[in-house]
Design a protein around this ligand. Structure first.
Ligand code: BDR
Ligand code: CA
Length: 315
C-alpha cells in the first residue's frame, strides 16, 4: 500500500459503471480522494450518481459526491446499458446509501476543489463533459492541476470500429481536454484490454470476506459474462477505469510513450476516434500526452484485490 504522504491527491470524475466502481475502490485505497463528481455516460446521470453514492456507502468513505453534466456538450446522450445493464451496475444487490448527495454543482465543485488543492490530479473515467465545462468556465483552472489521467481513446474502438465509448459519447469534450495543453495521461483501450477480469482473478475477489467483495464478485461475474459473450477473444471484461487511477498511484506498473493525441469530432465511423501520432518523422507534432502502452496486469490486479480487501473490512 502507498504511504499516506506519497499518495496522489485526486478528484475522481466518473460514470459508474462496473469498472468505474472498481476505480472508486482503488482510489479510496491508493490515493487521497478529494471528491467524486459524476457524469452521464454508462447510464443516465441519476443512475451514475446513485451508483457513486452506493460505492461511498460500502467503503464508508467521508468524501463528497457531486453530480455534474446530465448530457454531452453537443451530441445527443447515449448510454451503455448493453455493457453495464440499465442500472449501470447490474449483477449484484446493492445496499441503499444513507448519506445524501452533496450537491448537483459538480462542475463548480471540481473548480473549487482543484483551486483549494493546488497540485492535485483529475482522474476521469467517463465522458469528459464535466472537465471540459470546468476548463471552459475557468480558463486558469489548469494552473492548479498537476495532470489529467483519463480512461478514454485508443488506437482501436469499442463503440464503433474506430472509437472508444468515452470519447465517442462526448467527442467535443474530449477534444477540449486533449487540446488543453495540460499534462495528460491516457489509459486507452490498447492498455485497458490487457487488464481483464478472468475467471481466476474473479475467484481471487470471491475469496475475500465482506460486503464489498461480495458485491464486486457479482458485478465482475455480470461484467465478464457480458464481455465474453460479446467478443470472440476475451477471457473476461476489460476493467478499464482503475488503470487511470493506478497510473498515478503505481506508475511503475506501466510502460508508456509520449505522443501527440487528438480526437475526431464527427463521421459515422470516426466520431470520437483517437488520433495517436506514431510517426517517427522529425517534424511530427510535439507530444501532448503520455500514452500508456503496457500494464503488468497480474500486479495491477493484486493492487485492486488489496483495495477490495481493505474496503471489505467490517466497520
Ligand atoms: C469505458 O466506457 C465505459 O463503458 C467504461 O466504464 C469505460 O470508462 C471503456 O470504453
Ligand atoms: Ca467509465
Amino acid at each position: 500500500m502507498t504511504s499516506s504522504s506519497s499518495k496522489p491527491r485526486i478528484i475522481l470524475d466518473c460514470d459508474p459503471g462496473h469498472d468505474d466502481a472498481v476505480a472508486i475502490v482503488v482510489a479510496a485505497h491508493t490515493c487521497e480522494l478529494l471528491g467524486i463528481t459524476t457524469v452521464a455516460g454508462n447510464a443516465p446521470l441519476d443512475r451514475t450518481t446513485h451508483n457513486a453514492r452506493v460505492l461511498r456507502h460500502m467503503l464508508d468513505l467521508d468524501v463528497e459526491v457531486h453530480s455534474g453534466a446530465g448530457r454531452p456538450m453537443v451530441v445527443e446522450p447515449a448510454f451503455a446499458g448493453y455493457v453495464h445493464g440499465e442500472s449501470g451496475l447490474d449483477g449484484a444487490d446493492l445496499p441503499e446509501p444513507t448519506r445524501p448527495l452533496d450537491g448537483t454543482d459538480g462542475i463548480q465543485f471540481l473548480i473549487e476543489t482543484a483551486r483549494s488543492n493546488p497540485g492535485c490530479h483529475l482522474v476521469v473515467t467517463g465522458p469528459m463533459t464535466n472537465i471540459a465545462l470546468a476548463l471552459r468556465s475557468d480558463p486558469s483552472l489548469g494552473d492548479h492541476i498537476a495532470s489529467i489521467s483519463f480512461m478514454g481513446g485508443g488506437t482501436f474502438g469499442n463503440r464503433t470500429a474506430m472509437s472508444e465509448f468515452n470519447f465517442w459519447a462526448d467527442p467535443h469534450a474530449a477534444a477540449v481536454v486533449v487540446n488543453s495543453g495540460l499534462p495528460l495521461i491516457m489509459a486507452g483501450l490498447d492498455v485497458t484490454h490487457q487488464f481483464q477480469a478472468t475467471a481466476p482473478r474473479i475467484e481471487q475477489v470471491k475469496s475475500i470476506d465482506g460486503q464489498l467483495a461480495h458485491v464486486l464478485s457479482g458485478l465482475f461475474d455480470f461484467f465478464s459474462a457480458n464481455y465474453s459473450s460479446r467478443h470472440d477473444d476475451m477471457e473476461g471484461a476489460a476493467v478499464h477505469d482503475p488503470l487511470a487511477v493506478l497510473a498515478l498511484s503505481h506508475p511503475q506498473l506501466f510502460e508508456s510513450e509520449e505522443r501527440f493525441v487528438d480526437v475526431v469530432i464527427d463521421g459515422d465511423h470516426t466520431r470520437g476516434m483517437t488520433v495517436v501520432d506514431q510517426r517517427t518523422l522529425i517534424d511530427r507534432p510535439a507530444a501532448n500526452c503520455t500514452v500508456l502502452t503496457k500494464v503488468d496486469a497480474d500486479a495491477a490486479w493484486d493492487v485492486a484485490a488489496a483495495a477490495i480487501a481493505a474496503g471489505s473490512v467490517e466497520r
